[in-house]
Design a protein around this ligand. Structure first.
Ligand code: NAD
Length: 463
């Protein structure tokens, strides 16, 4: 089978690399000439652990190629995947489908034989049908089927997620297309991943419902964290306790400064819009969206308050810009809301991010540091916005020595309050109880540690 992957972004490039890794031939097309040229030279334009190696291997094996010319890439293609962006449309929150439909118009003249056209992009319910109608108008003679195959990978663990999915979802109403898609995914389904074949509408909506649910989980734990601060409970302990309940699950129970990224904000907005248009409003998801927007602003209030009511004239060191660790993606990152507010109020911001700097430099007019510890130099406060692992090993005493002030606002609960306090820092975490700040640590033996990176936090419950 030959696959034409349209879009060589986070989803397209990872999907193309993984399909070719399992043996299929993939031609990856992107209209961004610079991106394709870099890929041809072996440069990977995004940071995604493990991607470099797979692309290098599959290109060397001749199974993966890159192009800007869609006509050439379509030659002999059995399957076309649409993996272009579907950003939020200005004004109404709907998904902007202009890239999808322009890709559809580009492939139309090149349909030669029976071809399966599949959306990997996240598209509103009904889009497969609209693509089909459009193609039937453009090419009444062509033999094709339009399917939906939403992608559930997460940036930062995209290869693992693609190769070992929880499920493979195929929205399809054409038996020939179903057979081809089942064969395509057979190598991945030979593990434990079930292939779910559904109506196209179900597949399309399932992707939005999944993201809306995960966003809800994040906003929920953020509000529970706020409650912890008022009642003497500790969010790490609460999250651990509820996360071990299999009905709830431990993932997406980390409190923070609000969710961001290229998917949750736009997908939450889009499902709200779809629901309103269909007169089945999702008031719960609307509340989630509101809570998340407010949360980013609330973080700036906490910073202001830690600095005596105003950030004007203060120097603030920022650790982390990306919306989460292990990606260079800064789209809709809370940092992009929080930092401009601080800078706008007269703060000098110095920031460090292991991967996001090149993107962020184009947007944020602030000072950039080459090493994490450098953000501490002459800082009145340090704020942690992303939970990069390398921050966990920073020498807090060294940070304190380099600072002018002593506020450490840890919006990802990366550090242990007790360590920060020992280093002379005034620690403000998210949802931490007062007893996490006191001196005597008691070790709790845990039989089923669920989140290794956080385990240390739970180990130190203090009398
Ligand atoms: P992206 O912006 O990283 O990549 C999209 C690419 O498509 C860009 O390189 C762009 O140049 C290219 N493109 C646009 N129009 C084109 C055309 N006509 N021909 C060829 N190339 C074209 O986007 P992404 O993050 O990969 O997301 C793609 C889709 O996948 C979105 O719908 C998104 O919601 C969904 N998704 C993303 C993730 C994620 O973690 N990023 C996860 C699951 C689903």
């Amino acid at each position: 089978m030959k696959i034409c992957m349209i879009g060589a972004g986070y989803v397209g490039l990872v999907s193309a690399a993984c399909f070719s890794k399992i043996g299929w031939r993939v031609e990856c097309v992107d209209k961004d000439y610079g991106r394709v040229e870099r890929l041809k030279k072996g440069e990977i334009p995004i940071f995604e652990p493990g991607l470099n190696e797979i692309v290098g291997e599959t290109v060397a094996a001749g199974r993966m190629t890159f192009a800007t010319d869609i006509a050439k890439a379509m030659q002999g293609a059995d399957l076309v995947f649409l993996a272009v962006g579907t950003p939020m449309r200005r004004g109404d929150g709907h998904a902007d489908l202009r890239y999808i439909f322009s890709a559809v118009d580009e492939i139309a003249p090149h349909l030669e034989r029976f071809t399966v056209i599949t959306t990997k992009s996240t598209v509103p319910v009904g889009t497969s049908r609209r693509i089909e109608e459009r193609l039937r108008r453009l090419r009444p003679d062509a033999d094709f089927a339009v399917c939906s195959n939403p992608e559930f990978l997460r940036e930062g663990s995209a290869i693992q997620d693609f190769m070992h999915p929880d499920r493979i979802l195929i929205g399809c109403d054409d038996p020939r297309a179903e057979e081809i898609l089942r064969a395509l995914y057979a190598p991945l389904a030979s593990g434990n991943a079930p292939i779910l074949v559904s109506a196209r509408e179900s597949a399309e909506l399932a992707k939005y419902a999944a993201n809306a649910f995960l966003a809800t989980k994040i906003s929920f734990i953020n509000q529970i964290a706020d409650l912890c601060e008022h009642v003497g409970a500790d969010i790490q302990e609460v999250a651990d306790a509820i996360g071990r309940d299999k009905r709830i699950g431990a993932n997406f129970l980390q409190p923070g400064p609000g969710y961001g990224g290229s998917c949750f904000p736009k997908d939450v907005a889009a499902i709200i819009r779809t629901a309103r248009e269909n007169r089945a409003p999702l008031s719960l998801v609307e509340a989630v969206q509101h809570v998340n927007e407010e949360r980013k602003i609330e973080m700036t209030r906490r910073i202001r308050s830690a600095l005596g009511g105003s950030v004007a004239g203060k120097t603030i060191g920022v650790l982390g810009i990306t919306f989460k660790a292990n990606t260079d993606d800064i789209r809709e990152s809370p940092a992009l809301t929080i930092i401009p507010i601080l800078a706008g109020e007269g703060a000098t911001v110095r920031a460090y991010d292991p991967q996001g700097r090149s993107h962020a430099e184009k947007i944020l007019d602030i000072a950039w540091c080459d090493a994490a510890a450098d953000v501490a130099d002459l800082a009145d406060a340090i704020i942690v916005l992303t939970d990069w692992d390398e921050f966990r090993t920073l020498d807090l005493r060294d940070l304190r020595r380099r600072m002018t002030g002593r506020a450490l606002l840890d919006f990802r609960n990366v550090f242990r309050p007790i360590d920060a306090k020992a280093a002379g820092l005034a620690y403000i975490g998210i949802g931490r109880s007062a007893r996490q700040y006191t001196a005597i640590a008691r070790s709790i033996r845990t039989k089923h540690p669920t989140r290794p990176a956080r385990r240390d936090l739970q180990k130190t419950a203090v009398m």
